[in-house]
Ligand binder design. Structure first.
Ligand code: F6P
Length: 364
């Protein structure tokens, strides 16, 4: 049967293992051979590729991270690295791939896919593979699944890992709330999410926080005053704790980054409050996947195998995401371009468009 390569790339996310397991077992059931490309694209460059058996993916459903390793490969960004990757894939007979990663990894994968025949010609000319090998694998089929706690992919309601990260953050907020309430304290909590405020916004709502700062929509001009007013109102209403949530990419209306320590300094200066700062960091990306991050990637992994086997030469690469609680088939290039566009809008300080685009990505 056909060989299907599977790799996880970019930052890890809870639920990647569920996707790996589903791809492996679906492949085996239909008579294909699943091949792990280990440590992301770096494993293709280094020829760290091995066949996976049914039991290799036993008991991983409840584990965070990815058992086949991940990396942000520098070598794969260079032509030499991609030539080596193509040579190794060809030698293993792999021309179908399921790639689980963020938008950066999926873009890199699509470039590699478009470059495939050019790479093979160069390898043949250099005597590194035979013409017969090149002819046997005229095109690379690619299906992407989005593994990222950030939930930043335009076109998919959820990405693999976002729900687990949200759970982790809300657990932390609950834990901080009880100690904060005991002392009538204020906490500033910083969460991940690069260019996407999803984790900050949703955990602020779920955790009942007082104020939130996200990248897409910078606060009103005098955010310092606005925040202090919100916190004061909370205390006047009888709240014993105050919690301000800051996304790591939060910025002010003039585009300056706002970090958690800065927020605490503002609280000290304006309210004479000794706020405690908690930066959650990679705790958000580790640990047990939620139930959703087990069944959703399982369904997607199953569908990814079907889709990669059906892909015809000339068809564009696809991402399988989730839309209205159903599997959604997205054009990889479009979804990634729209995702990048929001990051660019934020960098260009075009916040109005950024927030409109983010809103559309969830409602349309
Ligand atoms: O994209 C996932 C993410 O966790 C972001 O939220 C964060 O900005 C980044 O990765 C952190 O990267 P690293 O793991 O390289 O520190």
């Amino acid at each position: 049967g056909p060989k299907i390569g599977i790799l996880t790339s970019g930052g890890d996310a809870q639920g990647m293992n569920a996707a790996v397991r589903a791809v492996v077992r679906t492949a085996l059931v239909i008579g294909a051979t699943p091949m792990a490309i280990q440590e992301g694209w770096q494993g293709a460059v280094d020829n760290s590729i091995r066949e996976l058996s049914w039991s290799d993916v036993s008991s991983i459903l409840n584990q965070g991270g990815t058992i086949i390793g991940t990396a942000r490969s520098q070598e794969f960004r260079e032509k030499e690295g991609r030539l080596a990757a193509a040579e190794n894939l060809i030698n293993h007979g792999i021309d179908k791939l399921v790639v689980i990663g963020g938008d950066g990894s999926l873009t890199g994968t699509d470039c590699f896919r478009n470059e495939w025949s050019e790479l093979l010609s160069e390898l043949v000319a250099a005597g590194r593979i035979t013409q017969a090998q090149a002819d046997a694998h005229p095109f690379l089929a690619v299906v992407g699944l989005v593994g990222s706690i950030d939930n930043d992919l335009v076109g998919s309601d959820m990405t693999i890992g976002a729900d687990s990260a949200l759970h982790r953050i809300v657990d932390a907020i609950d834990a901080l709330s009880s100690t904060a309430a005991s002392h009538q304290r204020t906490f500033v909590v910083e969460v991940m999410g690069r260019h996407c405020g999803y984790l900050a916004l949703m955990s602020a709502v779920a955790g009942g926080c007082d104020y939130v700062l996200i990248p897409e929509r910078p606060p009103v001009d005098d955010w310092e005053e606005d925040m202090c007013r919100a916190l004061t109102a909370g205390r006047e209403a009888g709240r014993r704790e105050s919690i301000v949530l800051v996304a790591e990419g939060a910025c002010s209306a003039d585009g300056e980054r706002i970090d958690a320590h800065q927020v605490a300094a503002v609280l000290k200066e304006r309210m004479d409050v000794d706020a405690r700062v908690t930066i959650l960091g990679h705790v958000q990306r580790g640990g047990t996947p939620s139930a959703y991050d087990r069944w959703m990637p399982t369904v997607l992994g199953y569908a990814a195998v079907q889709t990669v086997l059906e892909q015809e030469p000339g068809e564009p690469a696809v991402i399988l995401g989730v839309r209205h609680n159903r599997i959604a088939r997205l054009d990889l290039v479009t979804a990634v371009a729209q995702t990048r566009n929001i990051a660019t809008l934020i960098e260009e300080k075009n916040f109005e468009e950024a927030v409109a685009a983010r809103g559309r990505s969830f409602t349309e």
